[in-house]
Design a protein around this ligand. Structure first.
Ligand code: C5J
Length: 227
């Protein structure tokens, strides 16, 4: 069912209720990629506990289903680089001094390289052909991408931002979106970090100081508001 363009809904959130018009609010799902989330992927190979991210899959699946059922805008992002790595800053390539780094052979193909199995989005949240997929070379989804142009063309003013990881690509994207004039709502059960303390602080930083970067709620409250 498509929402009437004029509808305004309210979601219980922190620091105060998030008022949004569904027709001009997009669901932006950040980097739910196999290499970050799947057992045997690059994230786990680095010693991370992927269960901390995998708990976000089911809430994201339910929120995505509700968003799609209302005919609202959905966009997905993937972090990764061109196969020739010409868009990979040398500083990003060597950061971490890991033996295996971006562009090298990993458990699911070349790490964070477009077109490789590990770079793709997990099957549970796979994009529909009608949903734009933003391939981003950085942490923020607005850096070196056409995301802002697409959102403007769709008439989007507000974003529900989900995905991984809370303190890196989700936080960076919310900050970039905030500076471009978008209101951002982050459902805490739909974002994940390998590190519980970063999950908590990443969310606190968004909603602090009267919502300096945005609002925090949970998927159940958003789905209830959608009706
Ligand atoms: C994301 C990362 N997606 N942690 N990337 O957060 O490197």
């Amino acid at each position: 069912m498509t929402m009437p363009a004029s509808a305004t809904l309210s979601v219980a959130a922190e620091p105060y209720p998030f008022e949004f018009a569904p027709a001009t609010c997009a669901l932006l799902i950040i980097d739910m990629q196999r290499d970050f989330l799947e057992p045997g992927g690059f994230g786990e190979m680095l010693g991370n506990d992927v269960s901390q991210l995998r708990r976000t899959i089911e809430p994201n699946r339910k929120l995505l289903a509700a968003w799609r059922a209302k005919g609202l805008a959905v966009l997905h992002t993937r972090e990764g680089h061109r196969p020739d790595l010409t868009d990979l800053p040398p500083a990003k390539k060597v950061r971490g001094r890991s033996k295996t780094c971006i562009g090298d052979a990993g458990p699911m193909g070349r790490i964070l390289v477009r077109g490789e199995a590990g770079h793709d989005i997990i099957p549970e949240l796979y994009p529909l052909p009608t949903e734009p997929v933003i391939d981003k070379p950085g942490k923020g989804a607005f850096f070196a991408t056409d995301l802002h142009a697409i959102l403007q063309n769709l008439g989007i003013k507000q974003l529900v931002v989900t995905g991984v990881t809370t303190e890196v690509c989700v936080n960076t994207t919310v900050r970039e979106a905030n500076d471009r004039g978008y209101d951002c709502l982050v459902p805490e059960d739909c974002v994940g970090s390998y590190f519980p303390e970063f999950q908590m602080m990443g969310l606190k930083m968004i909603k602090a100081q009267g919502g300096i970067f945005g609002w925090v709620s949970d998927s159940g409250k958003i789905i209830a508001a959608l009706g």
